[in-house]
Ligand binder design. Structure first.
Ligand code: GLN
Length: 247
């Protein structure tokens, strides 16, 4: 069965190796007998909405975010519609900020968000939130990641989890991300999926469920991934992120 992976604006929204998420998804999808097909979208007219199985909106600098704002705005209703229907979406950092009503960049410029969820982000110049993070979630256990953002996100929606090491959505709260239907918005950057196979498998499992296909990941060997996770977690705990170290 074909598995259509959509990577939105990969040349602009691809900070800190967000593309690693795609490679991982392709790898696990193949292991589970799927045929992953990657669509790298630079023009929103090239989306075949009947065949979108996963969407990644990655992170970008303020400048790059400004460059894609208009194009993304053209498909905001469609993204919302698909999200409500349960499309698995991973929106990282700048991509996550886009889902809200607006992102006020650090230079004060207000970039329109897609407004598909009711929240907002304000960039501040006092301190960048940078560093590794451990996030405890109810649905996916412990997530390991890396954050680097100036924007502070504020919302009352259902969060992805809580950062027990490193930064969450803003400087005053350890709440991290948003989890809505099958959409995950998070500040955890770059190779999030390789570090957290449980998330990768969640996206694929959700796809299979939506297609009415049987899902069985019992043959997937995660021992290497789990070893890497343990090592990374230990490193984070040993260097316990001191928020005051980062500017
Ligand atoms: N420009 C945004 C910020 O700094 C997003 C950066 C990113 O995607 N890492 O908050």
């Amino acid at each position: 069965m074909d598995y259509h992976i959509y990577h939105m604006f990969p040349k602009l929204l691809n900070l800190y190796g967000d593309h690693g998420n795609i490679i991982t998804l392709e790898y696990y999808a193949s292991q589970l007998g799927l045929n992953p097909i990657l669509h790298e979208i630079d023009d929103v007219n090239n989306i075949d909405w009947d065949n979108v199985d996963f969407m990644l909106i990655g992170g970008g600098s303020d400048r790059e975010q400004a460059l894609v704002t208009e194009q993304l705005g053209l498909i905001k209703d469609k993204i919302k519609e698909e999200m409500e229907k349960g499309l698995p979406i991973l929106a990282v950092c700048g991509g996550y900020q886009f889902l809200g009503n607006y992102y006020q960049a650090t230079n004060g410029e207000k970039l329109a968000g897609l407004g598909i969820l009711d929240f907002y982000t304000v960039g501040q110049t006092q301190k960048r939130m940078i560093g590794n993070a451990l996030v405890q979630t109810q649905d996916f256990g412990e997530l390991i990641g890396f954050v680097n953002h100036a924007g502070e996100t504020f919302h009352d929606l259902s969060p992805l989890g809580e950062a027990t090491s490193g930064y969450g959505n803003n400087l005053t709260s350890s709440i991290e991300g948003i989890y809505y239907k099958n959409m995950i918005g998070t500040y955890l950057h770059g190779p999030l999926l390789p570090k957290n196979p449980q998330l990768t498998l969640f996206f694929i499992k959700t796809f299979m469920k939506r297609k009415g296909l049987p899902y069985d990941d019992s043959l997937i060997d995660l021992s290497f991934e789990n070893k890497a996770r343990e090592m990374m977690k230990q490193r984070i705990l040993d260097n316990s992120v001191n928020k005051d170290d980062f500017y």
